[in-house]
Ligand binder design. Structure first.
Ligand SMILES: Cc1cc2nc3c(=O)[nH]c(=O)nc-3n(C[C@H](O)[C@H](O)[C@H](O)COP(=O)(O)OP(=O)(O)OC[C@H]3O[C@@H](n4cnc5c(N)ncnc54)[C@H](O)[C@@H]3O)c2cc1C
Length: 436
């Protein structure tokens, strides 16, 4: 019987562990390892940073969710993975695996720009729970002592939605509190244009974002690189300086150290290369899911940026991985599948918001087109985002990755999570060793 280890209990890892448990009979052992005891719904962290919700409300204790469902739980950080011997080390344990699913999300490359915070710098981030709490403490202080606000992302970043969300929600709160006239807001982005989002824009995303920023009197500096940050100023690569009293800047992502240190496992930035099945091209026992997987940008941009991986995309990767492992173990009889990378994403701006529907997220490399791309705005988007948060947390409590009614709902709007891998693009790996 096989031992499958999933590393990371986030938006990709926890649903993957549930789906594996659903597809594989009990003698197969599933272990979930994560360096934190809690699951965090990361899309809500901008709200935490701005004091619009509490962190506890978007977190779940993983232990009680998984152990009662027949998933072994190890709340420890993976420090080493040897894909040749198929062993994983934490500080306290060593585990052998037949398959490993790496779903660790991103490590934040905060050292890439001198002065980038919050740990050893001057700016805030909302990319992990700890940073969101720090951002909120600084934000409460800022409301007492308002001044210039700078929001955006530094070169190499790939996740831009939360920066737009943070800037426009901050504007909304400041207006509500009668402080907006004391706070000039500047948005700095390495994207070639506002609303590019790392994916070459989508439908009228650029126009809608630009109009919204202008309406809310947010100055936008696009195609702009930040080179250094001091306690009072953001220094741009063109030499200009932006004074700030509060700043939230999104950093670039990279894979965790144990991937960067394992020869041949990841690329130069620690991202896992994957086949259409999300299996590693060199190590058949390794699969990747989530932000830690490699996804090439659709086009080169004047300032390098990455491609975002949204909640729905990473969930689809996890579903594909669980299916393909079950297929190799003979637990399902079907074809290998690939995530479609279609996605719906909501951005909340307080009294309005934007819905992005991209089918698929990355345009066709040859035609530069997607099957469908829709951007819609309205107050209802803000409510949808709350509903999405509550729904996701509820299904993680139920122990269900993607329930049938969700698949049905997606199909109703013409979306699906998985598609068969085109002939010749998957690799069938028969593994006799799995009888032990
Ligand atoms: C601020 C923010 C806002 C976002 N907003 C949206 C949104 O509105 N809509 C949307 O669709 N997407 C959004 N996203 C993207 C979405 O959150 C990600 O796609 C998703 O969280 C990625 O899932 P993941 O499992 O790959 O990583 P994560 O959710 O980060 O989970 C990774 C897990 O692995 C653990 N881990 C890391 N290293 C180790 C290790 N060495 N050993 C063991 N465990 C480890 C981590 O602690 C974590 O629990 C947002 C992202 C951010 C940062």
């Amino acid at each position: 019987m096989a031992h499958i280890v999933v590393i990371g209990a986030g938006l990709a890892g926890l649903p993957t562990a549930y789906e594996l448990r659903h597809l594989l009979s009990r003698p197969h052992k599933i272990t979930l390892i994560s360096n934190t005891s809690k699951f965090t719904f990361l899309p809500s962290l901008p709200w935490v940073g701005l004091g619009l919700t509490q962190l506890e409300k978007v977190q779940l204790e993983v232990s009680e969710l998984v152990t009662k469902r027949g998933i072994e739980w190890l709340p420890e950080a993976v420090t080493q993975l040897n894909p040749y011997t198929q062993t994983i080390h934490t500080d306290a344990h060593a585990l052998d695996y037949d398959y490993v699913v790496i779903a660790t999300g991103a490590e934040l490359a905060l050292d890439i720009v001198p002065g980038l915070g919050p740990d050893n710098g001057f700016t805030q981030s909302v990319c992990n729970p700890h940073h969101a709490l720090m951002a909120n403490i600084a934000w409460q202080n800022f409301l007492q002592h308002p001044g210039p606000l700078v929001v955006g992302a530094v070169p190499g970043a790939s996740c831009f939605g939360p920066a737009y969300e943070f800037a426009l929600l901050a504007d909304f709160i400041l207006r509500q509190q009668g402080l907006r006239d004391q706070v000039p807001i500047t948005f700095v982005t390495p994207e070639p244009y506002a609303g590019h989002l790392g994916i070459g824009g989508m439908a009228n995303s650029s126009q809608l974002v630009t109009e919204l920023m202008a309406e809310r009197e947010v100055e936008v500096l696009e195609n702009t690189a930040i080179s250094r940050i001091t306690s009072q100023d953001i220094i741009l690569a063109n030499g200009h300086q932006l004074p700030f009293r509060y700043s939230m800047l999104l950093p670039p992502f990279r894979g965790p150290r144990f991937i960067r240190e394992a020869v041949g496992l990841g690329d130069a930035n620690g991202f896992i290369p994957v086949l259409p099945t999300y299996q590693h091209p060199t190590f058949p026992s390794v699969y990747g899911a989530g932000v830690v997987t490699q996804l090439a940008p659709p086009e080169a941009t004047p300032i390098p940026i990455g491609v975002p991986k949204t909640g729905q995309m990473v969930e689809a990767m996890g579903m594909a991985v669980a299916h393909n492992i079950a297929l190799e173990l003979g637990a399902v009889f079907a074809q290998s599948v690939s995530p479609t990378l279609e996605a719906i994403c909501f951005a909340d701006f307080g009294d309005t918001g934007l819905l992005f529907l991209a089918d698929p997220v990355l345009p066709d490399p040859e035609t530069g087109k997607r099957r469908r791309a829709i951007t819609l705005g309205g107050r209802w988007v803000s409510w949808m985002k709350t509903a999405f948060e509550q729904y996701f947390l509820a299904k993680m409590r139920w122990g269900s990755a993607v329930p049938w009614f969700e698949r049905l709902g997606l199909r109703a709007v013409g979306l699906s999570l998985l598609e068969p891998v085109p002939q010749g693009e998957h690799r069938s790996v028969h593994r006799d060793a799995l009888s032990h």
